[in-house]
Design a protein around this ligand. Structure first.
Ligand code: ADP
Length: 265
């Protein structure tokens, strides 16, 4: 609370009273602080690849370009860093569109079985390479659902690529089921490295990572979970994460959307 005191003067009597104004600024200040932190984070995240690109171009200019072995390696680094920046800017634009509610949801009827199989197929090659087994389980009676398919696809993409990034060997299970309230829930569960308890509270924050270096090495932008949360929120749903260090992680989101049973197909 901000308190301001303003004395009231009367020429003949001097100060005759005081006006006290109490203002609740906590919300406003919190918002302002998180905005400042976000801008600082964005600048830092963009600066890191730019600095790398700059020093590698300079090295090429200083002679590495003539070196048959060094030149392609340096160009490779520059390419990687450029791709990271493109991913980062794409994610930022997506978040800003979600924030401004500019892009309305484009609901379409979707077959959950088909969609989850398609998502799992997309990752199957990488999963095989990492020795991860992927399972898709859809509860009986869930078939046609209405939601923004592209956006939910993005949520699944983010969750599954995280599960894959932070798991080696073991399995990833994607499950669709109905909660006790009859709401559609989708979960992505892995048997990976897990997340320490102290980080769980902040894990959905923009740019928050358990291990910055590891996330960067894996090509992460630190925005995947926050984008997932915004999309789920736009659908009126909730998203939560449970994790046990060294055992695995499970992210579950709900979608209170119109659903049609299998017999109506
Ligand atoms: P990133 O691009 O770094 O993966 P995210 O927003 O998707 O960003 O995730 C934030 C952080 O949460 C990650 O850096 C990682 O530390 C942690 N994390 C997310 N998903 C998992 C998971 N399935 N297993 C372990 N850690 C995870």
């Amino acid at each position: 609370v901000r308190v301001t005191f303003t004395p009231i003067h009367r020429r003949e009597f001097g100060i005759i009273g005081t006006i006290a104004v109490l203002q609740d600024v906590t919300e406003q200040e919190k918002l302002e602080a998180s905005r400042r932190e976000f801008v600082a984070n964005v600048s830092h995240e963009l600066r890191t690849p730019l600095t790398t690109i700059k020093s590698y171009t300079e090295a090429l200019e200083d002679g590495a370009l003539q070196d048959q072995e060094l030149a392609p390696r340096f160009v490779g680094v520059i390419q990687n860093e450029t791709e990271r920046m493109i991913r980062l800017v794409t994610d930022l634009l997506h978040l800003s569109r979600l924030d401004s509610k500019e892009s309305p949801l484009r609901m379409q009827q979707t077959d959950i079985n088909e969609m989850l199989d398609e998502v799992a197929d997309r990752f199957s090659f990488q999963m095989q390479e990492k020795g991860i087994e992927v399972r898709v389980q859809v509860e009986d009676g869930i078939h046609q659902v209405w939601f923004d398919r592209d956006q939910i696809d993005q949520v699944l993409d983010n969750l599954i690529s995280n599960a894959m990034k932070y798991t080696s060997g073991g399995s990833i299970t994607i499950r669709a089921y109905l909660t006790d309230d009859g709401i559609l829930a989708i979960s992505v569960e892995d048997t990976g490295i897990g997340i320490p308890k102290k980080d769980l509270d902040r894990i959905f924050e923009r740019f928050y990572r358990v291990d910055k270096a590891r996330s960067r090495n894996m090509g992460g932008t630190g925005l995947g979970l926050s984008i997932a949360r915004e999309i789920v929120k736009a659908h009126g749903g909730t998203i939560s994460l449970e994790s046990e260090l060294g055992t695995g992680t499970k992210v579950t989101f709900t979608l209170p959307v119109e659903m049609k049973g299998g017999h109506e197909r």
